[in-house]
Design a protein around this ligand. Structure first.
Ligand code: GLV
Length: 307
């Protein structure tokens, strides 16, 4: 019995030490140097190369190292029946809310304009932007927290999700037919949807045209939910006044990508909610023990739904 960490391109020393402390009796293996693939019965994954999981013959369960599972499920060779859990972490939620508060105030106080003016030594005072209505796309763990947070701060908040949700203080919409009603009045649109076949390229030309003209788009979910070309066109035409993106179709964002140089774009390198190693390790260890005891894991995802 061993745990395999299949998490390329990440320094894992701290995670390994903390996990070993929680599971002293268990061997922890780190891909690609797996000593005994047949002994691995629990794998912790983040953007694993396709085929690596399928090559482990005795797995009992899979654990995402993050909140999302889209990069794990995109591996078509993933054994279909293995249960998969994700990290649900109050620190992740707090970090996301802090990011969103900062972005909201950045635009409210027009730091985007002042920063552009600074390049030309322009002194142009202006009063704050009116941002009163916020629409949150995706009302899962993070989306619901964001919607409630902004509603509690006094913003008018609408929320849109795949299936109907009820959140007090938030006007909830669901399904493709209610998309335009959900977004129509929003000064700021915050995307916190999971990436699934149903949400890939959801924010395309047609849907971006349904936003309130001059609104601001914030994407902290997954890059592939937004059609890049359509977003560039919407910014160019002024349909969208600004876009703040923390996530991209390809990460790191390729050097030649036009987003780097598009006026009205604020880019951050996928830092809005980074997995906290301590919380993640505690959940990984708990799920490992539950699997050994024949119990269902905590925060298990529905693999057919994709979240
Ligand atoms: C980050 O994007 C995560 O899914 O944890």
């Amino acid at each position: 019995m061993s745990v395999a960490l299949i998490i390329p391109d990440r320094k894992l020393d701290g995670v390994i030490a903390a996990l070993q402390q929680q599971l002293p009796e268990v061997a922890i293996e780190v891909w690609p140097q797996l000593q005994n693939p047949a002994a691995v019965d629990f794998a912790v994954l983040w953007k694993q190369p396709p085929g690596v999981v399928a090559a482990l013959p005795n797995l009992k369960a899979l654990q995402s190292f993050g909140a999302g599972v889209d990069s794990i499920l995109s591996d078509s060779t993933l054994p279909p029946d293995l249960p998969l859990a994700r990290i649900v972490d109050p620190h992740l939620t707090a970090s996301m809310l802090q990011y969103l508060d900062t972005v909201l105030n950045y635009y409210r106080l027009r730091f985007d304009e002042f920063s552009a003016n600074q390049q030309q030594q322009l002194w142009k005072p202006r009063s704050p932007r009116r941002i009163q209505q916020i629409c949150v796309l995706g009302l899962g763990e993070l989306g619901a927290a964001a919607a409630q947070h902004f509603a509690a701060l006094g913003y008018q908040v609408s929320g849109w999700s795949g299936s109907q949700r009820q959140i007090s203080g938030v006007q909830c919409f669901a399904g493709p037919n209610q998309f335009s009603a959900a977004v129509a009045q929003a000064d700021m649109l915050i995307c916190l949807l999971p990436l699934t076949p149903a949400t890939e390229n959801l924010l395309n030309k047609t849907r971006l045209a349904q936003l309130k003209p001059g609104s601001i788009l914030v994407n902290v979910a997954r890059g592939a939910i937004v059609d890049d070309e359509a977003l560039l066109a919407a910014l160019h035409s002024g349909q969208i006044a600004a876009a703040c993106l923390d996530v991209f179709r390809t990460e790191p964002l390729p050097a030649e990508h036009p987003f780097w140089h598009t006026p009205g774009m604020l880019l951050t390198p996928h830092i809005s909610a980074v997995t906290n190693a301590d919380t993640a390790v505690a959940q990984i260890a708990e799920n490992y023990r539950r699997v050994q005891a024949g119990l269902p894991m905590v925060n298990q995802v529905d693999r057919t739904r994709g979240y």
